[in-house]
Write a protein that binds this ligand. Structure first.
Ligand SMILES: NC(=O)c1ccc[n+]([C@@H]2O[C@H](COP(=O)([O-])OP(=O)(O)OC[C@H]3O[C@@H](n4cnc5c(N)ncnc54)[C@H](O)[C@@H]3O)[C@@H](O)[C@H]2O)c1
Length: 172
């Protein structure tokens, strides 16, 4: 089977995780990485022996690319992922998928219309406690109150800038 050719958008912690996972799976291969920070993009490209660009539009316009992973600050998810889907690329987006329900619904619509895979990299979705609660919702009845906590200790860089991260509830 031919390997899925992937463009990695973002070159930080999560982008490294995605590129390594794709390579280790044996089913895909990262072809190009994009970061607006040249030093970072260059280092990442050298590490994986791939090309780099500073402009994410170059990744989604590349006809060799089948799919993209989008591991950048939350505020850019909608713009980059919806453009990638419109360009016919399958997309993996980190959580939070978008900062508004409306944008998330719009992204889903584009993926469905174009018959593309749109996956949110939130592993909790596949974990037992969450699946169990979801499967029991009708037995539980209408939830009246929910409680969640978001542990943000140690966050730095763009994570502490609300204009890039969005409000704390978006991630939850
Ligand atoms: N799925 C998970 O378990 C998980 C865990 C942590 C973070 N995340 C999410 O992953 C995303 C990335 O987080 P991270 O920890 O890798 O951050 P990071 O700071 O390590 O990396 C962010 C990258 O985005 C790049 N970038 C910034 N602006 C850009 C732009 N306009 N276009 C392209 N690239 C741009 C930066 O140069 C950097 O390479 C965030 O949405 C975060 O919420 C998901």
């Amino acid at each position: 089977m031919e390997k899925v050719k992937v463009g990695i958008i973002g070159a930080g912690g999560r982008a490294n995780f995605q590129a390594k996972s794709i390579r280790d799976s044996g089913k895909g291969e990262p072809l190009i990485v994009c970061s607006p920070v040249e030093e970072e993009a260059k280092k990442f490209a050298q590490n994986y022996q791939i090309e780099y660009t500073l402009d994410w539009k170059k990744v989604i316009e590349n006809p060799q690319i089948d799919a993209v992973t989008v591991s950048v600050p939350n505020i850019f998810h909608y713009e980059i992922v919806s453009a990638a889907l419109k360009a016919g690329k399958h997309a993996l987006v980190e959580y939070p998928m978008t900062l508004s329900k409306k944008d998330a619904e719009e992204m889903i619509k584009i993926a469905q219309k174009k018959n593309l895979v749109l996956w949110v990299s939130l592993t909790e979705r596949l974990e037992n406690p969450h699946l169990t609660i979801k499967s029991q919702l009708s037995a539980i009845g209408k939830p009246l109150f929910a409680f969640a906590s978001y542990i943000a200790a140690g966050l730095r860089g763009w994570y502490v800038d609300l204009s890039l991260r969005g409000d704390p509830f978006s991630a939850i």
